[in-house]
Design a protein around this ligand. Structure first.
Ligand code: SAM
Length: 340
């Protein structure tokens, strides 16, 4: 587990040279192999509602975007996505949505319990935003194992620039600590290159993750969306995101780190480059084709091609050509080295 000083981090985050990136990636790859060999885990992502009561300034499905076409999947549709995913070899399902009040705790628990009943050998991951502790507990008791909630930015001052005043970094952190205490495998993370982000903010993000010690860490470049207050803001870069993936792998050798959809959106080989920089998870889309374009977080989000779960054979080949292997497993976190 590498500890970098703030000065080292600043230098690595600001140094855009290809040599720095390739040195970091080589070191990160060596460490990932000590913990995870060449294994890549796949998660079937089901984006089951794009309704959202929040108004995050960067997000295309923010409640205030009246131009967004909204949809919800039924419980039966969600279960049929899981069955399709199971048949394709997925052993983790990630249920993600906006913060949609229609999906009461009772409904979420009903969906989780049904998946748990039909697929007892699978992990169920929720990514449905900020909730009271009791709700998190109820989902856990119904059979959910993992929860993804990016902290977005650890700095309260930066958080306030990205969100309306009803939202706060401290509430986000409260959620993450409740989730951990309940016993979830917890994922957090942030956008790279979000508006107003400085190198110091990124260092604060890494320090916050060191305190939290999450099992999963998801980062992706910020990508602008035309129907948000940040329309036209510059996107995060491929190179800084890849360097950060490598830094994360070195600082958190045990972590499950996805090569995210956003990375695949800003570069045609973004996901493979993410794996070579130290990521070990890919989350193909299992949502029904008719809704994929509607879960429109940012411009040009890849949604109808190779990133889809149905293209898993192609994904397997791409992963092999990148130097790794997709395995059919739940892909739980490995806190210890394979060979001590
Ligand atoms: N509502 C849940 C939540 O807040 O955690 C899950 C859905 S939310 C849309 C999932 C993630 O999308 C956010 O954590 C955010 O980091 C990312 N996201 C939203 N807008 C984005 C953008 N414009 N560019 C890149 N990532 C974005």
């Amino acid at each position: 587990m590498r500890d970098f000083s703030d000065i080292e981090l600043k230098e690595l985050l600001e140094n855009d040279s290809p040599e720095t990136a390739s040195d970091l990636a080589a070191e990160a790859d060596a460490i990932r192999r000590q913990y995870y060999s060449d294994e890549v885990y796949i998660r079937g992502l089901i984006e089951f509602s794009n309704y959202c009561k929040n108004n995050c300034y960067y997000c295309g499905i923010r409640g205030g975007n009246t131009g967004a076409v909204r949809y919800r999947l039924t419980k039966e549709e969600i279960l049929s996505c899981c069955q399709e995913g199971y048949d394709l070899g997925f052993r983790t399902f990630v249920l993600q949505s906006g913060e949609d009040p229609y999906f009461s705790d009772e409904k979420i628990c009903g969906i989780v319990a049904a998946i748990r009943h039909e697929h007892p050998d699978c992990a169920i991951t929720l990514s449905i935003g900020e909730k009271p502790r009791e709700s998190y507990q109820a989902y856990y008791d119904a059979g959910a194992n993992r929860y993804l909630l990016r902290h977005e930015t650890a700095s309260e001052e930066h958080y306030q620039k990205l969100h309306p005043k009803e939202m706060s970094a401290s509430e986000r952190k409260r959620c993450l600590s409740d989730l951990k205490e309940i016993g979830y495998q917890v994922g957090s993370g942030f956008m790279v290159g979000s508006p107003y982000q400085t190198t110091e903010h990124l260092i604060q993000d890494l320090r916050f993750l060191q305190e939290l010690e999450p099992d999963m860490i998801g980062i992706g470049p910020y990508i602008s969306h035309g129907e948000t207050p940040f329309a036209g803001c510059e996107n995060g870069t491929l190179s800084q995101t890849l360097r950060l993936v490598s830094i994360l792998r070195l600082m958190f050798p045990y972590a499950l780190i996805p090569a995210t959809t956003a990375l695949g959106t800003i570069h045609p080989r973004g996901r493979e480059l993410g794996l070579q920089a130290g990521a070990n998870v890919v989350m193909p889309n299992l949502s029904p084709m008719r809704v994929r374009k509607l879960y429109d977080l940012y411009e040009n989000k890849i949604s109808t091609g190779e990133e889809a779960a149905q293209s898993v054979d192609l994904l397997r080949k791409q992963v092999v050509s990148a130097g790794y292997r997709v395995v059919e497993a739940r892909g739980d976190v490995k806190r210890d080295k394979l060979i001590p």
